[in-house]
Design a protein around this ligand. Structure first.
Ligand code: SF4
Length: 285
């Protein structure tokens, strides 16, 4: 068996070593935090540095849980990426968050890290499952923001006009992404478009007859509107693929809240053989 991945290395997704206080019904991460409530920031940092040593150009994503739930711990993680880039690495850093910003001080703190944060992916859903911040805080943030909205059922997508009304609040924001419900997406049905009721309802609501389309082996995205960018995105819950020869393609590397380095998301992941993964990049040098 050997590993393969994309040129600059798989995206390294780091789960914040602390839980969120929310219970979103579509959450695919919460179970890990609750079944295994042992968190280890120091080991998370060690694993981030280990991956930096192998792929100094890879993207980092901080996710959760809720990365912004503990700014003191998050600060240590920001500092690590800053130090990596200061010594010559070039990591982009994205933060997945519900954006629990409570004051201008929080915004000032985030803006103070704009040298390393490439962008925020902020969840805002049809039903507010989490306490949402004052929308105007977004206009003070000097870092690109994309809003994510999960459509858990086709019925929700049918609310097209209401959805449009809802995201108009965010019209000054860089992008808006409707995400299909991940549960139930597999290799066989991933690329179903003609039968995708959510996509059909959105196309109707936006009056779109032809749409731009991007894809890779695990996900695809349909562009509904260019400016501001509004898209519909469907992905599998996993990002690892095994070919006929048994070679393993790694799409995302996960650093779990305990600092373990895994080769895929949640229950799909196994411990990554880090030495073997590093061989991909030694051969390229
Ligand atoms: S805020 Fe995020 S991690 Fe927490 S329950 Fe909701 S989706 Fe899951």
């Amino acid at each position: 068996m050997k590993y393969t991945t994309v040129k600059n290395g798989a995206t390294v997704t780091v789960f914040a070593p602390y839980d969120c206080n929310n219970h979103c019904p579509f959450c695919v991460n919460k179970m890990d935090y609750q079944i295994n409530p042992v968190f280890d920031l120091e080991n998370v940092l060690r694993s981030m540095w280990r991956m930096d040593g192998i792929t100094p150009l890879c993207d980092f994503v901080f996710t959760g849980g809720e990365p912004l739930a503990d700014l003191a711990m998050l600060d240590r993680m920001f500092k690590a990426v800053r130090e990596m880039n200061a010594k010559g690495s070039h990591h982009r850093l994205f933060v997945n968050t519900t954006f629990p910003v409570k004051s201008h001080d929080d915004v000032i703190y985030l803006n103070g890290n704009r040298d390393i944060i490439t962008g925020f992916n902020v969840s805002r859903h049809i039903y507010p499952f989490v306490e949402e911040c004052w929308d105007n805080y977004f206009s003070y943030v000097q870092i690109p923001i994309r809003i994510n909205c999960v459509l858990t059922t086709a019925k929700e997508a049918e609310k097209g006009p209401d959805l449009i009304e809802r995201f108009k609040r965010f019209r000054s924001i860089y992008g808006f992404q409707f995400r299909d419900n991940y549960t139930g997406v597999n290799e066989t049905n991933l690329f179903d478009q003609d039968t995708n009721e959510r996509l059909k309802a959105l196309l109707k609501a936006f009056g779109v007859k032809e749409y731009g389309f991007t894809s890779d082996r695990f996900r695809w995205s349909a562009i509904l509107q260019e400016t501001p960018l509004i898209s519909f995105h469907r992905t599998q819950c996993m990002s690892k693929g095994v070919d006929a020869k048994g070679n393993v393609f790694i799409g995302d590397i996960i650093v779990d809240p305990r600092g373990n380095i895994m080769d895929d998301w949640n229950e799909y992941g196994s411990p990554l053989d880090v030495e073997k993964y590093a061989e991909i990049f030694k051969k390229k040098k």
